[in-house]
Design a protein around this ligand. Structure first.
Ligand SMILES: Nc1ncnc2c1ncn2[C@@H]1O[C@H](COP(=O)(O)OP(=O)(O)OP(=O)(O)O)[C@@H](O)[C@H]1O
Ligand SMILES: [Mg+2]
Length: 421
């Protein structure tokens, strides 16, 4: 189809009847004449027209046969064919329709009738073409969508596999992290216990040598009073050294046990949080009374959680004792406060002191086992590690610390209201 200046298509009509040429040209159609059946077939195949007007009676090949051949060819089978004939018989018309004609016009022609039918069939043909185009587009879209869906399915499957690998790697990583942490813990435990045990062994063996020497002197009746006195002094000192170091080792073992978060002695129940914190603080009053610090507990008194009070108490005690031990100089007056609130169905417990704070380089180590700046004061560096384990494992929560040197330290603990079994 060619386009005219107004972009309206000029329909191309193949006419196998010379009487109609001028009539159609006058109506603005592009008319291609064919003188007989073979010419008509050739012209239709080389440039398919929009419509064919076909005479029935022709020498060599009649209109029916031409139409049959057109309909048998995929290139031309959709072109509408209007038969023209002087035969006004029913049989002729039936033949025309049975070989694929869309219409039948009897000669002599009425010009208006011809034009009306040509227009009708051209419009029908155009509609059909548009429908076909839409159909094709739709089919293309459907197949593109199918392809996209397949690609998506494929990508999804790949993602699933990748996720599986990732999960496996992650599990492996967690396992090896755990093993590394355990190895580190065991090494630290060995190192920590080694010192008091080593001192104890040394004191005991010195005492054994001294006892042996004194016993020998006694057997030989050579033990003087002054030597006996020296021996008693050494024995007393050695004994106290052994006792002190065995006690230290004993304490260390107790702390290590706590790190493992003993599951049995901590019992689960519902309790009012502010009241419970007040009770814990009351139990700490012997230590607190020795200081000028102020402690306040703020928050809704009715907040209740179903959790492990034993673990909760250990956490609060560790945090407060840490403030007393590390945050203030002797005689300095501090403000310690607990603030309770609720957020997204969880309990937020904020504990704050306004002491010396923790330098940034230490802040990310405070939850590690054995990190302490108070070793000379007997600190093991296990307090906050125990707190971390209790919060994250036993109480199914999270804990983080914020601190500014010279301003103070804050611990934020986020806990569920009910522990899931
Ligand atoms: N409130 C605080 N203010 C300043 N420093 C703190 C505070 N709490 C903890 N720290 C720092 O964190 C370190 C680790 O604390 P953690 O409780 O684990 O060990 P520790 O108190 O030194 O020893 P332990 O608790 O085993 O007796 C402390 O040594 C201290 O340097
Ligand atoms: Mg501590």
């Amino acid at each position: 189809m060619i386009e005219n200046k107004l972009n309206a298509p000029i329909e191309n009509i193949l006419v196998v009847d010379d009487t109609l040429d001028n009539l159609l040209k006058g109506q603005g159609y592009k008319v291609r004449p064919a003188r007989n059946g073979s010419q008509a077939l050739l012209a239709a195949r080389s440039t398919p027209p929009d419509l064919i007007l076909l005479d029935i009676k022709m020498p060599e090949m009649d209109g029916y046969e031409v139409c049959q051949q057109l309909k048998a060819d995929t290139q031309t089978r959709d072109i509408p064919v209007i038969f023209l004939s002087a035969l006004d018989e029913l049989l002729a018309k039936m033949n025309a329709f049975s070989v694929g004609g869309v219409d039948y016009i009897t000669k002599p022609f009425q010009e208006t009738e011809i034009l009306a039918r040509v227009q009708t069939h051209l419009s029908l043909r155009n509609l059909q073409k548009r429908l076909q185009e839409k159909n094709d587009r739709l089919e293309q879209e459907v197949s593109e969508r199918k392809r996209a869906e397949e690609a998506l399915c494929h990508a999804n499957a790949e993602l699933q596999t990748a996720l599986g690998h990732l999960k496996a790697t992650q599990a492996q990583l967690i396992e090896s992290e755990k093993m590394a942490a355990l190895g580190e813990l065991v090494a630290c435990v060995a190192h920590e216990i080694n010192t008091p045990i080593g001192i104890g062994v040394m004191a005991a063996s010195t005492l054994a040598i001294k006892t042996h020497t004194a016993a020998e002197a006694y057997e030989n009746k050579q033990l003087k009073g002054s030597a006996l006195k020296t021996y008693f002094e050494s024995a007393t000192y050695g004994n106290s050294l052994i006792l002190k170091n065995l006690n230290r080792a004993n304490e260390l073992v107790k702390s290590f046990k706590q790190v493992a978060v003993d599951q049995t002695y901590l019992e689960k129940r519902s309790f009012l949080v502010t009241q419970y914190i007040e009770d814990i603080l009351a139990s700490l009053s012997p230590q607190l009374k020795k200081t000028p610090h102020q402690i306040t507990v703020n928050g809704d008194k009715n907040i209740e959680i179903d959790s492990y009070p034993g673990a909760f108490s250990q956490i609060i005690t560790n945090l407060v004792i840490n403030s007393l031990t590390h945050a203030y100089q002797k005689g300095e007056e501090g403000n310690l406060r607990f603030d309770l609130s609720q957020e997204s169905g969880r309990l937020i417990l904020e504990y704050k002191d306004d002491g010396c704070g923790i330098p940034a380089e230490n802040l990310n180590k405070i939850f590690e086992p054995f990190f302490t700046t108070g070793r000379t004061k007997g600190g093991t560096g296990l307090g906050l590690h125990i707190v971390y384990n209790l919060v994250t494992q036993k109480l199914q929560g999270t804990i983080c610390a914020k601190s500014v040197v010279g301003v103070g330290t804050t611990f934020i603990i986020n806990l569920p209201f009910k522990i899931s079994e």
